[in-house]
Structures are given as structure tokens and as C-alpha cells.
Design a protein around this ligand. Structure first.
Ligand code: PLP
Length: 241
């Protein structure tokens, strides 16, 4: 059991963790020929109460990521999101698309044509264009969200003909790897795909964001070309379910 921390202690931890992570990101950015400003840090806020999310925002976080539609919608009214974007990063069921589309600036978990069609149609009804990342199941794992590597291009070609959805990059959660070398291979495979797609000119498709790397591996992801990292427990502490 972890001992229960006071709110003030948790505030201080969040500040301290953000400082440390920002330094780490800056170092990894430099090592890969970029600067801190080239990398976006997302604070992953699943299970985190609004008071702590708002503290992170006060400390400079300008992007949060939530996994579940219902959880985000119920927390949203308590969040100070004037200067902070919110993205959906968890699996999205088609029957929830309508509820979430007006309230997030990006859906990072687009992983099928059926979902793309629903996002397109609900966005049209809402009078908006929804920006998405295609989530890739880079390790070809069963029971894992994300589209297969080989299905990415055909999906992008379909999306290029839709009017109310754009794609601005790729997202991945690689398999848990015992060997760091194996993990790097997955990150590199994603980066190769990202570069490959960037070189093609597909309507409605740009490759601005490569979203990969979490608490345990964001430095490795940046070294392999990620420009958006999604960090939860290293900012807010272990998740209590
Ligand atoms: C929970 C989650 C993260 C953050 O995980 P941590 O290990 O806590 O940093 C990142 N991406 C996705 C898709 C997640 O579900």
C-alpha cells in the first residue's frame, strides 16, 4: 500500500514531475536534432480527479488525454480548459462518437473505416471537421486496439475522400517488450511509416504528429522520432482504480 498523500503533497509532486519530464524531453529532443518546442507533452488524465488535472494545467500543461468518453464528459465541466486542448486516446465505440466529437480537438484512436465514417457523419451534423490520428497496432497483437500496419494506407485513401474528417498523424502503443532493442524496432517501424506517408500527397492527410511514448519509454520514443508523448503515471503518480 502506498501511503495517502495530502492534496498539497500531490500538487508538489505534480510540479516536480513536470519539471523533470520537461528536462528529459528537452534532452532527448536535443539528442535527436530538435528542441523542446518540437515535442508536445500530453498529460494523460484517466482516473485523475479534476483538482489535480487543473493543477497540472496551472503548471503549464496545455494538452490532456482521456481514454473514456463518459469519464471525460463527466469531468469536463470542472476542468479549466481555456488554454488547454483535450484529446481522446482510448478506444472509441461508434455509438459514442456523437457525444464526444464536439468536445475534443483530436481523436487519436481512429482505427477502422466504420469509425471514420461515423466520425465524418457526426462531424457533418455538428458542422465541424474532426481532426484524428490513426492508431496503429504496430505489434500486430490480438485483442489490442489499432488498425493493422498494412491496412493504414487503404484507410487513409478512403478518408481522403471524406469532407468532415482530417488525419494529422499516427498514434501507437507498442507491445510490452523485455528487450529495449525490440521496443526501438517498433518505434522505428512507426517512424518509417510516418515518413513514408508524409512523402505522399493525400488529400485531407498530413503527418504533423507522431504520438508514441508513455511514462516508461517517452525518451526512447522521442529518440526514434516521436513528436508527441503521452505521459500519465509519471506526472500524477500511480493510478488508483
Ligand atoms: C494510460 C495511457 C497512457 C499513459 O500511460 P502511463 O504509463 O501512465 O504514462 C498513454 N497512452 C494511452 C493510450 C493510455 O491509455
Amino acid at each position: 500500500m502506498t501511503e495517502k498523500l495530502s492534496v498539497d503533497e500531490r500538487f508538489r509532486n505534480i510540479e516536480h514531475n513536470l519539471c523533470f519530464i520537461n528536462e528529459q524531453i528537452a534532452l532527448s529532443a536535443q539528442k535527436s536534432g530538435r528542441t523542446r518546442e518540437d515535442i508536445r507533452l500530453m498529460a494523460v488524465t484517466k482516473t485523475v480527479e479534476p483538482i489535480f488535472i487543473n493543477h497540472a494545467i496551472k503548471c503549464g500543461v496545455d494538452l490532456i488525454g482521456e481514454n473514456k468518453v463518459q469519464e471525460f464528459l463527466s469531468k469536463r465541466e470542472y476542468l479549466k480548459l481555456e488554454n488547454c486542448e483535450a484529446h481522446l486516446i482510448g478506444h472509441l465505440q461508434r455509438n459514442k462518437v456523437k457525444q464526444i466529437v464536439p468536445f475534443v480537438s483530436m481523436i487519436q484512436s481512429l482505427d477502422s473505416l466504420k469509425l471514420a465514417k461515423e466520425i465524418d457523419s457526426q462531424s457533418e451534423k455538428a458542422g465541424i471537421v474532426s481532426d484524428c490520428l490513426v492508431e496503429v497496432n504496430v505489434g500486430d497483437e490480438e485483442n489490442k486496439t489499432g488498425i493493422s500496419f498494412d491496412d493504414v494506407m487503404p484507410l487513409l485513401e478512403e478518408i481522403s475522400r471524406m469532407q468532415h474528417i482530417t488525419v494529422s498523424g499516427l498514434m501507437a502503443v507498442p507491445p510490452i517488450c523485455e528487450e529495449k532493442a525490440q521496443l526501438l524496432k517498433y518505434f522505428e517501424k512507426m517512424h518509417d511509416l510516418f515518413v513514408d506517408i508524409s512523402r505522399q500527397n493525400i488529400d485531407n492527410i498530413t503527418m504533423r504528429f507522431l504520438s508514441m511514448g508513455m511514462s516508461g519509454d517517452y525518451n526512447e520514443a522521442i529518440l526514434c522520432g516521436a513528436n508527441m508523448v503521452r505521459v500519465g503515471s509519471s506526472i500524477f503518480g500511480p493510478r488508483l482504480y
